[in-house]
Design a protein around this ligand. Structure first.
Ligand code: HAM
Length: 410
């Protein structure tokens, strides 16, 4: 787990703000689900996934309840839907931390943040397109050029089940040529064997049956509509029949956004898909759903690697220097902040030199300087910090004068 400090924290905040703005502009409402749920909510993600079996921060609370810190948002969103029964389509966005007990490395942390959206109550293929487009445009807005969209369909539940069975037979036939890890994975979840990057598995993975052979006509048609919608919107994508994703609840459309700069094990900057059936398994009515989550930590790493979306300017506009004891600076900074001018000051009655150094470090455009002369005359000096003559103004005209001097200030 990490501390996110400035200037990275400012970047982080800007990231979430832009995402939230985009989502709200597309009709999604902010949902703030609890950070912890009944353990049973998360086991619905699928008892065959590492996220549930190995990585969960679960414990017994003081009331003897089995609870867990959320490893992802989707299950909690569906639990909320089952409980609140809102009007559909229910379009929500969220942001916040998740917890998975994984082996930490660059781009993989035990506490990590996601932003994302979910749409519940519609199985319109164009909703899939809308959701994918929202993520795609966001990556574009960040300035990322090396992100690729990979899509697949896992078919209807029955198609998926038949495919899983076919994979089981295929990999069982491969027997001991499979790696030991894959043989273990095969017992729990044959789909995940397709994810294996181990050399000894490559041949069997390559020759494995593909999901499209198992699509029902409806699933095939739904997926064709998704693809034509993406093409209509000019969103490039790659089809990958091996894309199964790590969570078990997916049905039909699945997708992943892969970055170009991170190690292949951590190159998924975000992903999502349909999970028709999840709400039902949480005690709600049958409800289709689709969404995605983008990893904030990882996407920002990709931004750094590509040299885009740098931290926003942290500087204040005005720094107040007061050599008369600090009371003037206290009053002036307060007045400026109320007037909407960002301002900071030095404390502890430091020397003029020390305060000017602090003014410099603050990155302010202007310094306001109050010495004994100015104090007596109810005046203040304004000093442009990046060149130009300083000048004296009446104290009661200070705000107006600063406004007219500040570039970019309305
Ligand atoms: P996920 O693929 O497990 O999907 O996670 C989505 C993204 O979260 C990943 O692509 C990655 O960027 C980030 N992420 C996951 N684990 C870590 C980690 N340990 N450290 C850093 N980043 C990580 C989900 O969570 C689904 N709920 C997505 C979804 C929403 N499907 C439908 N709706």
């Amino acid at each position: 787990m990490r501390d996110i400090v400035a200037p990275e924290s400012a970047r982080w905040q800007a990231f979430t703000r832009i995402f939230g703005h985009n989502a709200a502009a597309a009709g999604y409402q902010l949902l703030i689900p609890p950070l912890m749920e009944d353990l049973g909510v998360f086991t619905r993600i699928g008892e065959a996934t590492d996220v549930v079996t190995k990585e969960m921060y679960d414990f017994t609370d003081k009331g003897g309840r089995r609870v867990a810190l959320r490893p992802e948002f989707t299950a909690g969103v569906c639990r909320a839907y089952a409980e609140l029964r809102p009007l559909t389509p229910w379009k929500v966005w969220y942001s916040g931390s998740n917890f998975r007990y994984e082996k930490p490395q660059r781009g993989r942390y035990r506490q990590f943040d996601q932003v994302g959206v979910e749409v519940l109550g519609s199985d319109d293929a164009y909703v899939d397109v809308e959701v994918i487009a929202l993520a795609w445009d966001f990556y574009r807005q960040l300035g990322l050029q090396q992100v690729t969209l990979v899509i697949n369909s896992l078919g209807e539940p029955a198609d998926r089940a038949a495919y899983v069975e076919a994979l089981r037979q295929h990999f069982e036939a491969a027997g001991t040529t499979l790696s030991e890890q894959s043989r273990e994975t095969l017992l729990k979840n044959p789909l995940r064997v397709l994810d294996s990057k181990r050399g000894e598995d490559a041949g069997s993975v390559e020759s494995a049956p593909t999901i499209s052979e198992f699509w029902s006509p409806e699933a095939g048609e739904h997926f064709a509509t998704v693809q034509s919608g993406l093409t209509d919107l000019g969103i490039p994508f790659t089809l990958n029949q091996r894309l199964v994703r790590g969570l078990d609840y997916y049905r039909r459309t699945t997708f992943e956004f892969q970055g170009g700069t991170l190690d292949s094990a951590q190159n998924a900057l975000g992903g999502g898909g349909r999970y028709d059936g999840l709400v039902e398994s949480l005690g709600g009515p049958p409800t289709p759903g689709i969404g995605f989550s983008l990893g904030v930590d990882r996407t920002l790493l990709a931004c750094s690697d590509e040299g885009v979306f740098s931290a926003p300017e942290l500087a204040v506009q005005v720094f107040v220097v007061d050599t008369t004891g600090g009371r003037e600076a206290m009053a002036i900074t307060h007045e400026l902040r109320r007037a909407g001018i960002t301002a900071d000051r030095a404390y502890d009655n430091r020397s003029m030199k020390a305060q000017m150094k602090a003014a410099d470090r603050s990155g302010a455009q202007l310094a306001v300087i109050v010495g004994t002369d100015e104090q007596t005359a109810a005046a203040a000096m304004i000093r442009p910090m990046r060149g130009g003559e300083q000048f004296r103004v009446e104290r009661n005209e200070l705000v107006e004068q600063l406004r007219s001097q500040l570039t970019g200030h309305q």
